[in-house]
Design a protein. Structure first.
Length: 355
């Protein structure tokens, strides 16, 4: 993708098909090694390339998809990065370490929450990403670039990727699927498919399209309401694809992929936290044999909604478990002190720049 006359972004080219006119194949492989193995995105640092070639490549290709504008860390070591893209737009990524002592997890495991769009068009009522609308889709290179640069910031390998940052991932499949190809490829980042999770607000046709993608990536559904009336208060997309259609698409995805999905459920005080909703959630999870992630609401500037009291959170959790949901996890999410809800840091930076 070329914007405003800028050089094309190297990472937008499929990694298996990098073609640089007049550049020998072995030199292209050296570039690939610098980018994916070493995380180097500065032509001058690719020291085994001749200086004349480095100058030529620098003239025609942009290797750096974005610059770090701000990084915020929290008491629990979660970090949030604000990136400035080449056209001046802002996006976010969040780097999350596994909680020490969590059963079945290495305490050193790192997960990156990746954005796929600048803003979002779906307008989910709990989310800061859509408060300013959708600006544009990210390119393949801008998606991969978040992983490369966050890995450099961490100083080590990132184990898991969750596409749950800014934007609706399934609304940008033309750029996202080639990014997944590079992420999965042994010649790319070499991260296994079971370590990749895509989250969707419920774009039914795109769920069915994703079911045809060959790699066994994981799917998470942002449910947030057990019936149409409740879900529509939170997620306008439910008017287009109501709960029953969404569940049917999930069943078809599961049948096609033979893989368990996850139902994400953000608990919002007085909106979707009553025990009747817990019973419905358990019923849907049992029907789909799906995991459930319960996530107490993370306060967003400009929105009046609140997280429930801890006693209500625990009662809701218990009721879902009693409904025979296959597996229920309560995630007391990290990052309250770094604006970790999707889009908050970007909105704050934009507001500050305009003031």
């Amino acid at each position: 993708m070329q914007m405003n006359g800028m050089r094309p972004l190297l990472l937008d080219s499929p990694s298996e098909e990098w073609k640089m006119d007049g550049v020998p194949a072995y030199r292209v492989e050296q570039v690939r090694n610098w980018v994916f193995e070493k995380g180097v995105l500065d032509w001058e640092e690719m020291t085994n390339l001749p200086s004349s070639l480095r100058a030529e490549l620098s003239e025609f290709w942009d290797a750096v998809p974005m610059d770090k504008m701000r990084a915020q860390g929290s008491k629990d070591t979660t970090q949030k990065f604000l990136w400035r893209l080449r056209d001046g737009q802002l996006i976010e990524s969040v780097l999350i370490p596994a909680t020490k002592g969590t059963r079945g997890m290495r305490s050193s495991r790192l997960t990156l929450c990746v954005s796929t769009q600048v803003g979002c068009a779906l307008g989910c009522k709990f989310c800061a990403s859509g408060l300013d609308g959708l600006k544009r889709n990210l390119t393949t290179g801008e998606i991969i670039g978040q992983v490369l640069l966050a890995r450099n910031e961490a100083g080590r390998r990132i184990d898991n990727l969750v596409f749950m940052g800014m934007g609706e991932p399934l609304a940008n499949l033309p750029a996202l699927l080639p990014a997944l190809d590079q992420i999965l490829s042994p010649k790319g980042l070499g991260i296994g498919a079971r370590h990749l999770t895509l989250s969707t607000s419920g774009l039914v046709p795109k769920i069915l399209e994703l079911a045809k993608y060959p790699a066994q990536i994981r799917l998470a559904i942002s449910l947030h309401g057990g019936d149409n009336q409740t879900r529509e208060k939170i997620m306008p997309i439910n008017r287009t694809y109501p709960v029953e259609q969404l569940l049917e698409a999930c069943e078809r995805f599961i049948e096609e992929r033979k893989k368990m999905i996850t139902l994400e459920y953000i608990l919002i005080e007085g909106i979707n936290d009553d025990l009747e909703q817990a019973e419905l959630l358990a019923k849907h999870a049992k029907r789909l044999n799906a995991k459930v992630n319960l996530i107490p609401y993370n306060q967003v500037d400009g929105l009046e909604w609140k997280r429930p009291e801890l006693s209500q959170i625990r009662a809701f959790h218990k009721k879902v478990e009693q409904g025979d949901a296959p597996r229920v996890t309560l995630r007391m999410e990290k990052g309250h002190d770094i604006d970790a809800a999707c889009g908050q840091l970007r909105l704050r930076e934009t507001a500050e720049s305009l003031s």
